[in-house]
Design a protein around this ligand. Structure first.
Ligand code: FMN
Length: 543
């Protein structure tokens, strides 16, 4: 069905819907569901002659190289993913720290040749290894880095300066005065490029924006913590302002999330005296007009995604401030998540003293999605440690107070010592798994994960499900970006927590409504958002 949503590229601006009316998000979500039938009736095929470039290239701009020596923080990955620095911790990154943040979240960590060319694998998992997320920096002067707006070029491991000067006040305005942004010496802006991922995944790509941006952010947040830098994910901003600051063609590439990094209590970008060259208003931001290399010979447009994006856009600083001020969801604000009614099993996570202490740098470089799982069990302590460490909260403007969550974790356990096989729901506040049904569900899990072998062979499949109704009531269409992003961050943390314990993991896609049905009645009314399988990786048999 997704194929029906495509037209050959002719990019016209969609009509302007409002964020508050969540009809667009419901429609997008419904239309992009995978089902047994949709997969079989979709005529889409991969046109390798038209495969998009994996990098954004500005041919006229020379990148300045960054230091390639990775500084070892020595901070255990399981600590780094679980914690965050208090927001007011005074700290600013230098160029070396910037290089480390970028390398370990979006840098090229492995290369593999194949018959059609070469795949440049990156630090975080990404659907189809298509890497549609680009990173930009907006910073004041940092040690060894001048103030400016920069694009991160992973191929050269360099920075291309798009604008010189301190433009942070533009982000302060765009975020309606978000304090973390106002005090951050550096903000990383993550954009997503439709065609780079839609080449394979068509209109479902807008979900992948949240997933792939989320796994990247799990790395970025963990590395920031290891470097002693507070970091906060910001989902609420005036889209047009941020896109204009970066001068992206917003019909093709759009800002998706911001991450405020570091804190300078003495200096708020809002109150800092403007440098003579610093623009104060959006109107003063000139277009740059830098040429970029086309990604493909032709692009196919999926208007549904641009409609979804327009409907979830925020149009003024006042709208952003009001969006952020609305009552927090908290955990109590999540209806439909009752106290355990069935048998429960208490988790047995490893303490700081017992856990493996492999540093975050090592674990990120070791990570790579499992392409096959051995059907050997993991221990309850390992699973408990994954769940415990991955769910201690994400500093984000849509998860206020810290520790709130939009997604809930549901598990299909196949092979965990000390835990009967079956379906479970995780009660994070109690540290228990509630059993929903016992049984061997390997075949069903394989089916739910789009009829792949990986979820059938894993030791456990961990699904994020969310009740979109209160999320859309609270956040409007923008809630769809937030819930996918949180699903991706949780998934990325699960990846890291697994690899920190020398287990394997892989993200997976799924048959939406069948997942809900499998976990019902408990999951009734919820939507499947993310899936990650965990187990012991097996070397792939040669075929
Ligand atoms: C959200 C998400 C969904 C994924 N879905 C699948 C999948 O359905 N099947 C699969 O074999 N791999 C899947 N992957 C794994 C990607 O193919 C893998 O991350 C990518 O090839 C990059 O390789 P790496 O993770 O080893 O760095 C998924 C990854 C993510 C993040």
């Amino acid at each position: 069905m997704l194929g029906l949503c495509a037209t050959i590229v002719k990019l016209s601006a969609p009509a302007m819907p409002t964020n508050a009316n969540a009809e667009a998000a419901w429609n997008y979500h419904e239309v992009t569901k995978h089902s047994y039938t949709s997969v079989r009736t979709n005529p889409h095929f991969l046109d390798f002659r038209n495969q998009p470039l994996p990098f954004k290239i500005y041919p006229a701009l020379e990148p300045s190289r960054m230091p390639t020596e990775v500084r070892q923080t020595g901070v255990a990955a399981l600590s780094a993913i679980a914690g965050s620095l208090p927001a007011q911790t005074n700290a600013a990154p230098d160029l070396e720290a910037v290089a480390q943040l970028l390398y370990l979240s979006a840098g090229i960590t492995r290369q593999r040749k194949y018959s059609g060319g070469e795949i440049y694998f990156r630090a975080a998992a990404c659907t189809g290894a298509l890497y549609e997320v680009e990173l930009y920096l907006v910073c004041r002067e940092l040690a060894n880095l001048e103030a400016g707006v920069y694009h991160f070029a992973p191929a050269e491991f360099g920075l291309r300066r798009l604008r010189a000067g301190d433009y942070r006040n533009v982000l302060v305005e765009a975020t309606g005065g978000e304090p973390a942004i106002a005090h951050a010496p550096l903000t990383v802006v993550c954009t997503c490029t439709y065609w780079r991922n839609a080449w394979k995944y068509q209109a479902r790509t807008y979900r992948h924006f949240g997933w792939d941006n989320g796994t990247l952010l799990a790395n970025l947040l963990a590395v920031a913590t290891a470097l002693g830098l507070p970091a906060k994910v910001i989902c609420g901003f005036v889209d047009a302002t941020v896109n204009r600051l970066l001068d992206v063609d917003s019909q093709r590439e759009v800002a998706f999330s911001l991450v405020a990094i570091g804190h300078d209590s003495g200096l708020s970008a809002q109150t800092a005296p403007p440098a003579p060259t610093t623009p104060r208003t959006l109107a003063e931001i000139s277009p740059l007009g830098f040429e970029t290399v086309p990604l493909s010979r032709d692009e196919v447009d999926y208007p549904l995604m641009r409609e979804m994006h327009a409907a979830s856009s925020l149009d003024s600083p006042e709208e952003v401030a009001a969006w952020r001020r609305r009552a927090p969801l908290g955990n109590a604000g999540m209806p439909g998540f009752p106290s355990p009614a069935g048998p429960v099993v208490r988790l047995q996570p490893l303490s700081d003293g017992e856990m493996p202490r492999d540093p975050i740098e090592q674990v990120i470089l070791r990570r790579g999605s499992s392409r096959q799982f051995a059907r050997t069990p993991i221990s309850l302590a390992q699973l408990s440690t994954v769940l415990d460490r991955a769910t201690r909260g994400v500093p984000a403007d849509f998860l206020d107070p810290m520790g709130s969550q939009l997604n809930h974790l549901y598990l299909i356990v196949h092979a965990v010592e000390g835990l009967d096989s079956g379906a479970y729901v995780f009660h994070r506040d109690r540290g228990v798994l509630e059993c929903l049904k016992h049984g061997n569900f390997r075949d069903q899990a394989g089916y739910l994960g789009l009829e792949q072998q990986l979820p059938a062979d894993a030791a456990v499949d961990i699904f994020s499900l969310a009740d979109l109704r209160p999320i859309f009531d609270r956040f409007g269409n923008r809630g769809y970006r937030a819930v996918q992003l949180e699903g991706g961050i949780l998934g990325g943390k699960i990846y890291l927590a697994a690899y920190a314990q020398r287990l394997g993991a892989t993200g997976l896609t799924f048959y939406d409504d069948e997942v809900t049905r499998f976990f019902s009645p408990h999951a009734e009314g919820k939507s499947a958002i993310f899936l990650v399988a965990v187990g012991h990786s097996a070397k792939r048999q040669s075929q």
